[in-house]
Design a protein around this ligand. Structure first.
Ligand SMILES: Cc1cc2nc3c(=O)[nH]c(=O)nc-3n(C[C@H](O)[C@H](O)[C@H](O)COP(=O)(O)O)c2cc1C
Length: 223
């Protein structure tokens, strides 16, 4: 497509003296986001999931290639198959003995090989990254900044989930190649993570360690 400049189609108009309050309100809203591993079985409509994924699709991407695909799963049988495959990988990981440093880094998060959230949550969103594009003749087209672009889209997705009053978990079974065949995705796509999405159960807990966030002066410097 040739370069065609158009006038900026939309702006968020905020009075300059309101910016700090608006920024602070958004910060407060985002402080209420937590990774949740205990889901209620309360359903979430397909329309809500569609709108959340549509929001993720508004993320910036290298050369606007949008190298992502989101598979939304509500089928209970499919979720059970994914849980069983993920738990098999996790059992191998936790009992391998070769990942001691990694496993001790996870200690304060309290995770183990059991993944009930994969069947309790009403939806699983599986995120795929398109490593390279495929032309109609089967030749490959290079995609640029795939990891960065999919990471940003995932951030949009998590923010949209939170904004709709829902919770999720960024779950990364390792390895997760099994997700391609289960989600019917082609080999040029790589599974990045599974997000169980739904409402937090009434008795949901989170690891205390996860609330420990670095202060601003540690994550920011001003020049
Ligand atoms: C890339 C990535 C992978 C993660 N993988 C897992 C996972 O496989 N299982 C899990 O229980 N949590 C996983 N987490 C969640 C983190 O443990 C969680 O984000 C962290 O403890 C901070 O908690 P918070 O999200 O509530 O702020 C992952 C998070 C990220 C960003």
């Amino acid at each position: 497509m040739p370069y065609v400049p158009i006038p900026l189609p939309s702006r968020v108009e905020i009075e300059k003296n309101e910016a700090l309050k608006v920024a602070h309100d958004y910060y407060t809203h985002m402080c209420k986001r937590h990774s949740v591993r205990n889901f209620s079985k309360e359903p979430v409509s397909t329309e809500v999931i569609e709108k959340i994924i549509e929001t993720a699709g508004r993320a910036p991407s290298g050369a606007n290639q949008q190298p992502w695909h989101f598979v939304a799963i509500k089928d209970q049988e499919k979720k059970a198959k994914i849980r069983s495959a993920a738990e098999k990988e996790e059992k191998a990981f936790y009992s391998s003995g070769g990942h001691d440093e990694w496993i001790s880094a996870l200690e304060s998060i309290g995770t183990d090989a059991s993944k009930p959230h994969l069947t309790d949550a009403p939806w699983l969103i599986v995120i795929f990254a398109e490593r390279y594009g495929l032309n109609k003749d089967g030749s490959r087209r290079k995609n640029y900044y795939v990891n960065e672009s999919v990471g940003i889209a995932t951030g949009f997705l998590i923010s949209a989930i939170h904004n709709a009053g829902l919770v999720c978990l960024t779950h990364t079974p390792n390895p997760m190649k099994f997700l391609n065949s289960m989600c019917l995705r082609p080999i040029n796509e790589k599974p990045i993570m599974i997000l169980p999405v739904g409402y937090a159960s009434a008795d949901a807990t989170i690891p205390a360690a996860s609330t420990n966030k670095k202060p601003l002066d540690e994550i920011m410097s001003v020049i």
